[in-house]
Design a protein around this ligand. Structure first.
Ligand SMILES: NC(=O)c1ccc[n+]([C@@H]2O[C@H](COP(=O)([O-])OP(=O)(O)OC[C@H]3O[C@@H](n4cnc5c(N)ncnc54)[C@H](O)[C@@H]3O)[C@@H](O)[C@H]2O)c1
Length: 288
């Protein structure tokens, strides 16, 4: 069988999935992306985990053995996730919070410390995303929303987590950027500005906190969410063009693509990796 043929790829996928094809399988049967115990003993905070990519990340981290504090502004969806994960045996706690509130970061990190007695990882995934519009139509309120839920929240959570990461002997922070900022994309002025601010913050933190054995990396994803489902329904032509522009010709999966990368970045498999921006976008994604 030739490497790279459809049959070879399918065989590899079945093998990776522990002899279970994911086609038609329910989520409970899915493999542990990366390896099942890679996060055992680690207490991790994931923001924006009630839906979308954050929920996918939380599920993958749980499968790999992490203890989780999930948080989001959407209290009901968050509770649904917590109940589901608890029923699958995850040590998971939740705290509903609006990251724009001044005390949110401290409350979230303190809750994680109270429940687990340590914090080893922080995933700053949450961000409020508004529909695209031309720069001249965006308001200062739009800009403030992007900044307050993006870099400002990331900054506050990183600072709140820092003493706990130091006491744990080090840890890993995963922040979220976007190609809309790194390469630039019309319609995303406030969002793109906020996302690039997160990358700048992450680079400086990685340099300053390296001596504390705290690693800081940025993930720039392209993955299916409720938002991309809506995009596909309302503008299938644009959605399909975007997916076709991806070299791997598909949209990513929040659990097996983005979750797996985040899990790796939080694990001891990546202890020499810091200050990096990593696209998990099927080969698309350029920084200017
Ligand atoms: N989906 C993609 O393809 C894509 C592409 C590039 C970058 N990203 C980035 O990846 C991350 C996840 O994206 P997504 O598509 O899953 O987004 P999403 O909008 O589906 O989810 C974001 C989560 O953040 C939460 N949130 C929003 N405002 C909040 C607030 N004030 N306080 C607390 N929580 C709040 C939301 O409730 C939601 O659960 C984001 O940082 C996003 O910018 C996603």
């Amino acid at each position: 069988m030739k490497e790279g043929t459809g049959t070879a790829r399918k065989a590899l996928w079945v093998d990776l999935a522990s002899n279970k094809s994911t086609e038609g399988a329910n989520r409970k049967e899915l493999m542990s992306y990366t390896h099942p115990k890679s996060l055992e003993g680690k207490a991790v905070v994931v923001t924006g985990s009630a839906r979308g990519i954050g929920r996918g990340i939380a599920r993958t981290l749980a499968r790999n053995g992490a203890r989780l504090l999930v948080t989001d502004i959407l209290a009901d969806d968050l509770e649904t996730l917590r109940e589901d994960m608890t029923s699958h045996g995850t040590d998971v706690h939740s705290i509903a919070a609006d990251l724009r509130e001044p005390d949110a970061a401290e409350r979230i990190i303190e809750e994680a410390y109270r429940k687990f007695g340590a914090v080893h990882g922080l995933v700053n995934n949450a961000m409020a995303i508004k529909p695209p519009s031309p720069l001249e139509c965006q308001t200062l309120a739009d800009f403030d929303l992007a900044i307050s839920t993006g870099p400002r929240a990331t900054f506050a959570l990183m600072k709140a987590a820092y003493p706990h990461l130091v006491s744990a002997g080090g840890g890993s922070i995963v922040n979220f950027g976007s190609g809309a900022g790194a390469a630039g994309e019309p319609g995303f002025a406030s969002y793109g500005a906020a996302k690039e601010s997160i990358r700048g913050l992450s680079r400086v933190a990685a340099l300053e906190w390296g001596a504390d054995n705290i690693r800081v990396n940025v993930v720039l994803p392209f993955a299916r969410t409720e938002g991309t489902d809506y995009w596909e329904q309302t503008d299938p032509e644009a959605f399909n063009a975007a997916v076709n522009a991806v070299p791997l010709k598909r949209i990513g999966d929040s659990e097996k693509d983005v979750g797996a990368l985040v899990s790796f970045l939080l694990s001891d498999d990546s202890t020499y990796l810091t200050a990096q921006s990593i696209f998990v976008a099927g080969g698309s994604g350029v920084s200017r």
